[in-house]
Design a protein around this ligand. Structure first.
Ligand code: AMP
Length: 233
């Protein structure tokens, strides 16, 4: 099963992608996380991406496409995967179709988390992330138990550099201009719009409701396990 998680910055993709990946036992691949790792490692790709990301723009299609193709060719993606933050342009969506055809994977299922634009800036500027396990917190709605510390592994939480108000505004503008048209590309395929302005638990319930029939029908090894008792979390 290949899942594409869509939504503007701050729509809760990261939180849902962690939950879905755990439930279905498929890797969750965030191109944003991969690019941040490249920057941290000081690679040529990281150097090319750094200033673009800190200004809220999009890294070039060629670079991101190549990075993505390499990642999904790894053995853990054999039975499917979830993409968070890719494709972000129509060109990337076309490229992904080619990659999926090559790997003989099925048509992706698109989950679109729709959140009103005016709610996004506040959500993003109050977001904190664990740099180690990548868990996302929100100081307003989902704070950590101990201020500034990850509940899961005790790491000190960080604010992403691109979560400052001016960069957030640019990221939302970029989404509207370049990524929103990608939704039209998938509209007549397996496309599901989900209201993202609700608590993560409700959203996840809706997502499992959408995916359970597909999981039952597919019966692939990762997904059969997902239907077992107590797997949702
Ligand atoms: P995210 O963590 O998904 O919000 O991504 C953070 C930043 O990484 C974005 O604002 C872009 O600059 C860059 N980025 C992530 N994914 C892509 C992509 N698919 N195409 C181009 N740039 C990307």
């Amino acid at each position: 099963m290949v899942l594409l998680l869509f939504g503007p910055p701050g729509s809760g993709k990261g939180t849902q992608s962690g939950k879905i990946s755990h439930w279905l036992r498929i890797p969750a691949i965030s191109t944003g996380d991969m690019l941040r790792e490249e920057i941290k490692a000081g690679t040529a790709l990281g150097k090319a991406a750094k200033s673009i990301m800190s200004n809220g723009g999009l890294v070039g299609d060629d670079l991101v496409n190549r990075m993505l193709a390499q990642r999904v060719s790894l053995p853990d993606c054999e039975h499917g995967f979830l993409l968070d933050g890719y494709p972000r342009t129509v060109e990337q969506a076309e490229y992904l179709d080619g990659v999926l055809a090559e790997q003989q994977l099925r048509t992706p299922i698109v989950l679109h988390l729709d959140v009103p634009m005016d709610a996004l800036v506040g959500r993003l500027t109050s977001r904190r992330q664990c740099p180690s396990c990548k868990r996302i917190y929100n100081l307003l709605h989902q704070p950590p138990k101990r201020p500034g510390i990850c509940d899961d592994d005790g790491t000190r939480l960080i604010t992403r550099k691109d979560d400052s108000e001016d960069v957030v505004t640019e990221r939302i503008r970029t989404y509207d201009e370049l990524t929103r048209p990608v939704l039209a590309y998938y509209q007549d395929r397996k496309y599901h719009q989900i209201r993202g302005d609700r608590s993560p638990g409700y959203i996840f319930e809706e997502i499992t409701g959408i995916l359970e029939p597909v999981v039952a029908k597919n019966g692939s090894s990762c997904c059969t396990k997902a239907l077992g008792k107590g797997q949702k979390s």
